[in-house]
Design a protein around this ligand. Sequence first.
Ligand code: TRP
Length: 75
Amino acid sequence: MEGNGNNNDFFIIKAKDNGVHVIGLTRGQDTRFHHTEKLDKGEVMIAQFTEHTSAVKVRGKAIIMTKFGTVDTEE
Ligand code: TRP
């Protein structure tokens, strides 16, 4: 994994509801969705920022854990 701003920390998304979407946005000049993962209640996704992914959008009720702390999308 290169070109990702030398950060290979993982982050965790835990769905609190069915139909939570984790959307990866492309790195570089062009910012667009490149992957949408649908999580159902209780499902967990563990991911990283990569050379392909510079941002992530989470849609729905979920808990997001990063090294900066934990965020609940409902709060
Ligand atoms: N193929 C993608 C990548 O290497 C997989 C991925 C990594 C991803 N992190 C993500 C997809 C976050 C969605 C959200 O970048």
